[in-house]
Design a protein around this ligand. Structure first.
Ligand code: GCU
Length: 615
């Protein structure tokens, strides 16, 4: 029981500091890596707090003497029963599960602390009207953030960025940031309490202390308009300042295109304008030619550089058109988990290994399952020419009628689109995966679809629907959400969860005049286990399943893409089978140790055929 023994004066100062300044969550500025910042990545002290003693008192009321104070005994008799500086460290960004064996299966609260210096010259900017924004790429699941013992804010959702204005909290010299991270699963969360991946906890992505002006460029968008006007194309440019300030001059330059144009913000602090360019001059982004242009946006002493590709994506009946030409998405699904070490990815290097495997498979498309992956991975995939499907973790049966659950899901959708809406590689926003039909579900998802379309009309909307059964070998996709999506996508597991060896007899009815993507199919195999093709878990069983499924899918009218489940065996607490799964979902085409299974080559051959037929 933590009763206050610190000197009253010290405690009172500490306590009232918490209330002094109402900190605020601010939208994470567009393209944070192009902003002036101090990285707070590195080794953070940590300890687990199973009973959340550092947050609640023994009556389970939130305490003001919590661990966030980072208290130190002032006098020999003082009682302080925790000490961050004497506690072990883990690397941030990173999950705690693979950095501390004791936390491998841990779900609960962990406190993490890091000290950081703010030099006087850095602080002086504050007097010149600069602001400090504390940015987190992602924290799984709930994060309560404190700076110098004062609460900066709270965030829920494990896969999208968030940001707090901490200008009033940072001081010259030594500062400390403390984060209470809790990855406990709850029914009303997004995702809900069951999901087929490892519940990696921690500060899983970059932490930055950004320095911005009192007024700063909050968001911007630069994209190619679908309309062709003669020999010219149009680039749509919009920009938003963090506050309504008219008359701000902004210069946009694309040196390689000899484009440089001045704009002025309107009374809302916004710019919505267009630039015209000769089509002949513009290289369009595509998997074959992932052309990115260096773009520079300048406003006073604020300068933002970005790498942006220009392409269009649309549908025409059951066809998918990239830059106006029909395309087949040669895809694979992938979790954000590293090869070989199976921990949370958080860098371009982590992504690169997985992308190399996907390229070797003959892919031009990745379904980033089932949550937004880190920005480094998205940008790396874009540099390497992979088209992307990005999804929010509205996964299986969530609390459709719970208003907070909906608000949480919509926030994640907004933050996903906000972070990546300038990424040419992303062509599809996915709203959900395998959700059970009900009016409440339809209402929930249709609201998300409307929101997504209002936020971004340049990309396609979809979700992973399901076909879980056939009548007389006829599989029929029936989903009210077909009205809200541009591409109808569904998961089916013929040959694994149902109808083993019946794929050749199967027929499909997809009564929607839209392109079709098979967002999941597949089966498990233990790499190196060989035997009869009728023997589950052998590579031959998986190989045969792929052969039969691909032949079956080939017959689907409007088939515009396939995304087998899954690129790599990945950790899941739902997969205990000893000697086979051992805590891994084994549906990978590649094992977690990089071993390509026989099915890998079946799919590669099929994709070579697809590539040839679409060239
Ligand atoms: C589901 C689900 C995946 C899961 C897979 C499986 O379709 O979307 O997250 O891992 O099936 O059962 O292996």
């Amino acid at each position: 029981m933590m009763k206050a023994k610190l000197t009253l004066a010290a405690l009172l100062t500490l306590a009232c500091m918490g209330r002094a300044f109402a900190q605020q969550q601010v939208p994470a500025p567009q393209n944070v890596y192009a902003r002036q910042s101090i990285s707070l990545n590195g080794d953070w002290n940590y300890f687990a707090d199973v009973q959340e003693q550092g947050y609640y008192d023994y009556r389970m009321n939130p305490t003001q003497w919590g661990y966030f104070l980072n208290a130190k005994p002032q006098r020999p008799s003082d009682l302080v029963e925790y000490d961050f500086d004497a506690s072990p460290t883990m690397h941030v960004p990173g999950d705690w599960n693979t950095q501390d064996e004791q936390l491998f299966l841990y779900e609960g609260t962990v406190w993490l602390k890091r000290d950081f210096e703010v030099k006087s010259e850095e602080l002086r900017v504050k007097n010149e009207g600069k602001r400090f924004l504390l940015y987190f790429g992602a924290v799984n699941y709930e994060a309560i953030v404190y700076v110098n013992g004062k609460k900066a804010g709270r965030h829920v959702g494990g896969f999208t960025p968030f940001c707090f204005d901490v200008t009033d909290l940072v001081k010259e010299g030594k500062n400390f940031v403390i984060v209470k991270v809790d990855n406990k699963r709850h029914a009303d969360n997004v995702p809900t309490q069951i999901f087929d991946w490892w519940n990696y906890g921690g500060i899983t992505r970059d932490v930055l202390l950004l320095t911005v002006g009192e007024t700063y460029i909050d968001d911007y968008s630069l994209a190619l308009d679908k309309a062709l006007n003669g020999k010219k194309r149009t680039l749509n440019f919009s920009l938003t300042l963090n506050r309504e300030e008219a008359g701000q001059e902004v210069t946009l330059s694309i040196p390689e295109l000899k484009l440089k144009q001045k704009f002025v913000t309107d009374e809302k602090g916004q710019i919505n304008s267009q630039l015209s360019i000769l089509s002949s001059k513009l290289q369009l982004w595509s998997p074959e030619n992932p052309k990115l242009y260096s773009v520079e946006i300048v406003r006073g002493d604020e300068q933002i550089k970005d790498e942006i590709g220009f392409r269009t994506i649309e549908t025409r009946g059951r066809q998918l058109l990239l830059n106006g030409k029909p395309i087949f998405l040669r895809g694979v699904c992938s979790h954000e988990e590293t090869a070989y070490t199976s921990r949370r990815c958080n860098s371009a290097e982590d992504a690169d290994t997985l992308l190399a495997w996907a390229r070797d498979l003959g892919c031009n498309f990745l379904r980033l399952a089932h949550y937004p992956h880190n920005e480094h991975a998205v940008r790396e995939a874009e540099r390497q020419g992979f088209l992307l499907w990005s999804e929010i973790p509205v996964y299986w049966t969530i609390s459709w009628k719970n208003a907070d659950t909906y608000a949480n899901a919509e926030n994640q959708l907004r933050d996903m689109i906000r972070r990546d809406h300038n990424r040419a590689a992303i062509i599809i926003w996915s709203l959900a995966n395998e959700t059970p039909h009900s009016d409440a579900r339809d209402k929930f998802l249709s609201r998300l679809a409307t929101t997504a379309r209002s936020l971004d009309s340049t990309r396609l909307i979809s979700m992973a629907m399901e076909v879980t059964g056939a009548a007389n070998y006829v599989n029929r996709l029936q989903d009210n959400m077909n009205k809200y999506v541009d591409v109808v996508s569904f998961n089916q597991y013929i040959g694994w969860y149902r109808d083993v060896n019946d794929a050749p007899k199967m027929k499909w009815e997809i009564p929607y005049e839209k392109p079709v993507i098979i967002s999941e199919f597949g089966g498990g195999a233990k790499a190196g286990l060989h035997g009869d093709k009728g023997q589950r878990w052998t590579e031959e069983f998986q190989e045969n399943l792929y052969r039969e499924n691909l032949a079956m899918l080939e017959k689907i009218e409007g088939l515009s893409g396939t995304c087998p489940w899954v690129l790599k065996d990945f950790r899941s607490p739902r997969r205990p089978l000893p000697g086979i799964q051992d805590g891994f979902n084994r549906k990978g085409l590649v094992s977690d140790q990089g071993k390509r299974k026989r099915a890998f080559y079946v799919l590669r051959e099929w994709y070579e055929g697809k590539k040839a037929s679409y060239n």
